[in-house]
Design a protein around this ligand. Structure first.
Ligand code: NAI
Length: 246
């Protein structure tokens, strides 16, 4: 590990209070970044203190004004914004699409799609001023393949892939890179939102016959956050234990 790879860089990690976001924040901190955790969980300040993160904001990513205000506050407190990792997300219930509760559908789209868009939009305003940035959106293999009994989630993650591809092209002539990753199942507190049958289904689809580990995801994401990720943008990076075939 390079403890100075992100020296002088400010990173925002949404969903940084738990699971994949938390693990990515830990690694960015270990490699020298100034890190702000953004999360709806009121414990986000305690997690930031525990990780020795430099800043935190408790917010709901579905509130565009709160997101824009948080970006301004973070840039002021930590001297700009160089990196965004958009990890905040939910799964929604595991039921067939025709029975999917409308309100649950709307909530999944609101958090996983609109929330990611608001965060990307808010930080890009800052990154365009300095001319440098790295954005990594956490999509899912579900967005490529469409998991049964997870239609809202699969739809939302396909949308994150689409947003990432558009932004990557729109910003390609700048030094701002926008990529996403599509993990297969990683054992985190997110599993508490899913049925046992859904978790078993996801495991059965992974050729390595195990779940991914948070540090494995953090290793890929930190590379995508780094200056070395220079010739990839609008791209979709696989981390699925062999599940993805494209
Ligand atoms: P997690 O449940 O451990 O963490 C998600 C975090 O997002 C939580 O701290 C939660 O408070 C926060 N959050 C939820 N709604 C929010 C909102 N409206 N505003 C602000 N913060 C909010 O889940 P995990 O596993 O870390 O998931 C992170 C991302 O990775 C999600 O986008 C998820 O869809 C994606 N992913 C997870 C996989 C897995 O198997 N765990 C596989 C593929 C993708």
């Amino acid at each position: 590990m390079n403890t100075t790879r992100f020296s002088g860089r400010t990173a925002i990690v949404t969903g940084g209070a738990s699971g994949i976001g938390r693990g990515i924040a830990e690694r960015l901190l270990a490699e020298g970044a100034r890190v702000s955790l953004w999360d709806a969980n009121p414990a986000v300040g305690d997690v930031a203190a525990e990780l020795k993160a430099h800043h935190s904001v408790q917010l709901d990513v579905t509130d565009p004004q709160a997101v824009a205000d948080a970006a301004d506050a973070t840039a002021r407190a930590l001297d700009g914004i160089a990196i965004l990792v958009a990890s905040a997300g939910i799964t929604g219930p595991n039921v067939p699409a025709w029975d999917y509760p409308i309100e649950a559908w709307q909530q999944v789209i609101e958090i996983n799609v609109n929330g990611v868009y608001y965060c990307n939009r808010a930080v890009i305003a800052h990154m365009r001023r300095t001319g440098y940035g790295r954005i990594v959106n956490i999509a899912s293999i579900a967005g490529k393949e469409g998991n049964p009994n997870a239609s809202a989630y699969s739809t939302s993650k396909a949308a994150v892939i689409g947003l990432t591809k558009s932004l990557g092209k729109e910003l390609a002539e700048t030094e701002i890179r926008v990529n996403c990753i599509t993990p297969a199942a990683v054992a985190t507190p997110l599993f508490e939102q899913m049925t046992e049958a859904q978790i078993a289904f996801m495991l059965s689809k992974i050729p390595m016959k195990r779940f991914g580990l948070v540090p494995e995801v953090a290793a890929l994401v930190t590379w995508l956050c780094s200056e070395e990720c220079s010739f990839s943008t609008g791209a979709v990076f696989d981390i699925s234990g062999g599940r993805a075939t494209y």
